[in-house]
Design a protein. Sequence first.
Lengths: 157, 157, 157, 157, 157, 157
Amino acid sequence: MTKVVCPGSFDPVTNGHLDIIERAARLFDEVVVAVLVNESKQGLFKVAERQDLLGQATGHLPNVSVSSFDGLLVDFCTANGISAIVKGLRAVTDFDYELQMAQMNSSLTQVDTVFIPTTPAYSFLASSLVKEVAKHGGDVSGLVPDFVLAKLKAKFV
Amino acid sequence: MTKVVCPGSFDPVTNGHLDIIERAARLFDEVVVAVLVNESKQGLFKVAERQDLLGQATGHLPNVSVSSFDGLLVDFCTANGISAIVKGLRAVTDFDYELQMAQMNSSLTQVDTVFIPTTPAYSFLASSLVKEVAKHGGDVSGLVPDFVLAKLKAKFV
Amino acid sequence: MTKVVCPGSFDPVTNGHLDIIERAARLFDEVVVAVLVNESKQGLFKVAERQDLLGQATGHLPNVSVSSFDGLLVDFCTANGISAIVKGLRAVTDFDYELQMAQMNSSLTQVDTVFIPTTPAYSFLASSLVKEVAKHGGDVSGLVPDFVLAKLKAKFV
Amino acid sequence: MTKVVCPGSFDPVTNGHLDIIERAARLFDEVVVAVLVNESKQGLFKVAERQDLLGQATGHLPNVSVSSFDGLLVDFCTANGISAIVKGLRAVTDFDYELQMAQMNSSLTQVDTVFIPTTPAYSFLASSLVKEVAKHGGDVSGLVPDFVLAKLKAKFV
Amino acid sequence: MTKVVCPGSFDPVTNGHLDIIERAARLFDEVVVAVLVNESKQGLFKVAERQDLLGQATGHLPNVSVSSFDGLLVDFCTANGISAIVKGLRAVTDFDYELQMAQMNSSLTQVDTVFIPTTPAYSFLASSLVKEVAKHGGDVSGLVPDFVLAKLKAKFV
Amino acid sequence: MTKVVCPGSFDPVTNGHLDIIERAARLFDEVVVAVLVNESKQGLFKVAERQDLLGQATGHLPNVSVSSFDGLLVDFCTANGISAIVKGLRAVTDFDYELQMAQMNSSLTQVDTVFIPTTPAYSFLASSLVKEVAKHGGDVSGLVPDFVLAKLKAKFV
């Protein structure tokens, strides 16, 4: 049985994130979506809100659960019986940084990292861009789930 | 008739920027050079100064005008009848980020993005590097127009 | 008035090519789609066939014409009053090679190159992959126009 | 139960290939290592030899089997109940091409592609380089299993 | 006689830095390792501490000395008779930025930049990652010299 | 004393090659420019012609000599007391492949590789493009030394 983690800020979850989570849920026995708690960086949504939105967005996937972590991701993996980290990949710049992290994590533990390419149609999607557009009243429907759309609008009234 | 925008911080305009603006002016009927107003980030030059320097630098190009914008670039395009965004490209890292922005902008509206490679001789030019060098008394003549050189020296007396 | 060229092998035209040609036709006054004649490399379709398929595929675009060239692209541009080369861009590896060509062409003449990013959904599309899939009986509908699909099937009976 | 394929030329298998196969065997229930039969390209080792070397090299991994395929990889997947393709990744140039293939394969079927980064110490390893070095009498011990080393020496006597 | 500089933050020195310094010491007559003093950015170690750790780490290399600089690196080079800057390279993203710096430095003076690739086994090593891991109690032995390890542990008690 | 090699096809030498050779001659005590003899690939110029052109082009550099090699470059280095390979770098795609070669060479021997970025103005220069342009009667003056220009014209009469 292989248990994996999809780590991220998820501030908030986008359709691009869901694309990767759904692929991971098809390939692995158990998937933990884990929100990174970064105390030095204030997000738009609180960690509890982000977990709640992720819970709604992944409710249809029986082998997916939602959690959060601070500290080292590899420590979270060891503590939870997780054998691999799953990352979505959009672009080459992503790849360089992610490869460096993967190699560091692999040198610290036996935790592997696997990369899954995003659907081309979502290749430009990033939470930061979605927030920037929503903040200025732009239309981000189609880029995030409908219930996230409503929450985003409420933040920027 | 095709009207395009060359967006940027232009803090201050360099010879690399002018290279792209001149190419755009040859290819399109009307070119708006638009300074991004970023209220959370203090520049070296005020937005009005940057526009003034751009005005001087593009005075010889009859189909170029200078403006500024805040909010979403695509909203600026729609409000001004602009059908494409023109970006200069120096390097691969540029390309990844710019491609992501272009695809987001294209998903929000029908505004296309076209990329024009910089002249090789200017491929290392960036306003931030120019300011760093000028701040320490380095010689940036040849990298910016002469009247910008004078303004830079005045800033760092 | 700005006249541009979209050069390529177009063996055969794909929906990704058409995406770029349509964008070019919106941005520029006149667009020449030019098939590169490469005598040392036998294609799947004859040059005349490729031009014929391009003619059908671009029949709805009044400012687009189809042609062919051998020799240097910049010579074709000079002989036909073309001021810029338009290239679609899919990926970073593309970009490196295309940038090198653009800089060489710009050093030989005053002909600029502009890059237009492909629609994300077509980012994986290449004639060579389409042919490889079609050859083995795979389904490439949605990747090429319908009348190209029929021609491809006929080639691989 | 997730069954995956590790496709490649494996002419011959290197320690870099084994690194990826071993990681895949830890993460997935069943792993098929499949040699691509390319009739237009003569290899150093015959397909049967390559499969034999792979069999020896993976004998310690109970959930790994060795096979071969021609035609489309996605057809091989469909015919064998394989739900994902596993590729090792060494470098950015790899990534661009592999991403294009992954997106094409995903558009043709529901077969996902996952990328696993190679161990840094093997990041330069490629069968083609190994053969080039061995051909000129260079020492490739440590880069391939010992029984492959012996076969390589025999080829270049 | 060729004198070169290895510039960096070295906060703290890692085995990856040492790998590059040792290669530089083999290739050039004299090597100055120079710590960049950045007054706007508080490091984990003070500049004097970093120089001290570098001194211990390079004590076995007779043609290596340790120094520090603020202002422009090219001014430091001119003032000290240094004819080239030596940089380690890990990844493509590094390369783009470093190339831009190298071209700017070469345009300001006659100082060349040479790039030396890191040993693959250290390709993921960065001081920032080492500090992040050490801060959370992770094991970074093997990534930094032993006396640096002790200092890191003392910082995070 | 450090002796280095600048390897390549040099079919023919361009101003971009000379730029790198001149930088290497400033940085190292002795520079051997070595033409790779590739018997399976017919060049435009014979190896002896290429060496002759290189000899003319580097006549003003007293610490540069011209040679040729077949087999492994690292064997040539060992046989000639050469401690490093110097490569010019133009682009990211170059970098990936060159890095792989550098790591392979470093794993076979103690021979280091150092990369020197080309002058931006020559970043598009490649012998293959120069030959393609010259073949069609394009003007390549400024891209190669004058005596190479004459030889190129003679080849394509």
